[in-house]
Write a protein that binds this ligand. Structure first.
Ligand code: ATP
Ligand code: MG
Length: 422
């Protein structure tokens, strides 16, 4: 009997994991350029945190959470997203009290949602996200979008679309909400069960419904843009003009709403227009969440962030045919023939590695020819061959694979020799 991996999860094996590492390193590098610092929070949190922050009318909370009771009868949930934990930690650790504000954080780690698995949708997936807390300067909204776009662009993606909207402030949202209820209420019976519930709890969510998206009332629904008060409109204008001044293209979509309840003002998604990317075209989403810290017991704090899954990012790279410049070769493969040479090999290898070289040898008692084959497979830049005769003379033969040049080197000098060549 064998075991199979749980549905919606994946093993990332050597050969593929290098891509993940490359992408993660790129994300980290860009964060450090933008002065965002990493935060690591637990994989599980008290369930209540997600109910309060993500919002109990969202798909995530209603049907996607991995919730369990631990042996101490506490309800815990595997985190479905990263913002709630980051804001919880910001409040709990009083990061707002630190001298440098805003607090700019990033995270990379697994998230869990009970979803129907398909390409680009998994039950465990890795999100890279950032959160900037403590500032409501519209230029930080632009910074957050710029950072997300930089990750995609610098990895080589071209078919990108930044879609931008505003959800307005509390007052604007309230006015829009009332208009939405008035719009949908008379014919709500024609909508799905979820939307019927959403009408009173959170009518904005109706606009994000995947089942009813083609209903005629969707197209004529009142737009938030007609309900923005002056402050919200000015805020949005500044976000747009800042992006324009930075040379970052975007399109406005007044129907864009995000899947989480905590957003206000800026909301955005980055989509892939690559052919063959599949049904799911959203690469990442984010926005402003000015009420969130307060909602979970902290001081009133403006915040903005985004999250992208690395799974969808890698799918987009595939769809656009981008090959990442991944360097995965050894500096030296040590081939040893004969009893004494084999005995000597481990200490030579150890010297090479201690000097910082990537080096390996055979452990399967292979014949000479098979050892050379193995060396080939590792893309070794140098192959060092040690036979009993060489050993007796205190030398080792070093072949540079690209040129085919072969040199005899004093055994003592082999590390220095290869270091010099590389
Ligand atoms: P969708 O509408 O695709 O379900 P969402 O609104 O649930 O997206 P968010 O919660 O905003 O997405 O998450 C941000 C990003 O995380 C998404 O844009 C996507 O890149 C990624 N993501 C979300 N759910 C999954 C998943 N199940 N598998 C892989 N990536 C995911
Ligand atoms: Mg979702």
């Amino acid at each position: 009997m064998g075991y199979q991996i749980p549905r919606g999860t994946q093993d990332i094996l050597p050969g593929t994991v290098e891509k993940w590492q490359y992408v993660e390193n790129k994300a980290r590098e860009i964060c450090s350029r933008y002065n965002y610092k990493e935060i690591r929070t637990p994989i599980f949190e008290h369930t209540e945190l997600f109910l309060r922050s993500v919002g109990d009318t969202t798909d995530i909370v209603q049907k996607e959470m991995y919730t369990f009771t631990d042996r101490g009868e506490r309800s815990l949930t595997l985190r479905p997203e990263g913002t709630a934990s980051a804001v919880r930690s910001y409040v709990e650790n009083k990061l707002f009290g630190l001298p440098h504000q805003p607090t700019k954080l990033y995270y990379i780690g697994p998230m869990f949602r009970y979803e129907r698995p398909q390409a680009g949708r998994y039950r465990q997936f890795v999100q890279f996200g950032i959160e900037a807390m403590g500032s409501d300067d519209p230029s930080i909204d632009a910074e957050v979008m710029a950072l997300a776009m930089d990750v995609y662009k610098e990895l080589g993606l071209k078919r990108l679309r930044l879609v931008l909207n505003t959800l307005g402030d509390k007052e604007s949202r309230k006015a829009h909400r009332d208009a939405l209820v008035a719009h949908f209420e008379p014919r709500i019976g024609e909508f799905c069960h979820d939307c019927q519930n959403r009408l009173q709890t959170n009518p904005l969510r109706i606009l994000d419904c995947k089942k009813d998206r083609d209903h005629e009332l969707m197209k004529t629904a009142p737009s938030i843009h007609d309900y923005l008060n002056e402050e919200s409109r000015n805020y949005f204008e500044t976000v747009k003009s800042t992006l324009t001044a930075m040379g970052i293209d975007f399109v406005i979509d007044p129907t864009l709403v995000r899947g989480l309840d905590y957003y206000n003002h800026t909301a955005f998604e980055i989509m892939s227009d690559a052919e063959g990317f599949g049904a799911i075209t959203t690469l990442s989403g984010g926005g402003r969440y000015n009420g969130l810290a307060e909602e979970i017991g902290g001081p009133a704090t403006p915040g903005i962030g985004f999250a992208m899954s690395l799974e969808r990012l890698l799918l987009a790279l595939d769809a656009e045919g981008v090959t990442l410049p991944i360097e995965d070769s050894l500096d030296c493969y040590l081939v040893a023939m004969g009893e004494s040479a084999k005995e000597k090999a481990p200490s030579i290898l150890y010297q090479l590695r201690k000097a910082g070289l990537k080096a390996d040898k055979d452990y399967m008692d292979k014949k000479m020819k098979a050892q050379f084959k193995a060396a080939d497979r590792t893309n070794a830049k140098f192959v060092a061959v040690l036979g009993d005769d060489e050993l007796a003379n205190g030398v080792i033969s070093v072949k540079e694979m690209e040129s085919g040049n072969q040199t005899e080197v004093e055994l003592e000098e082999v590390t220095q020799y290869i270091l010099k060549q590389i």
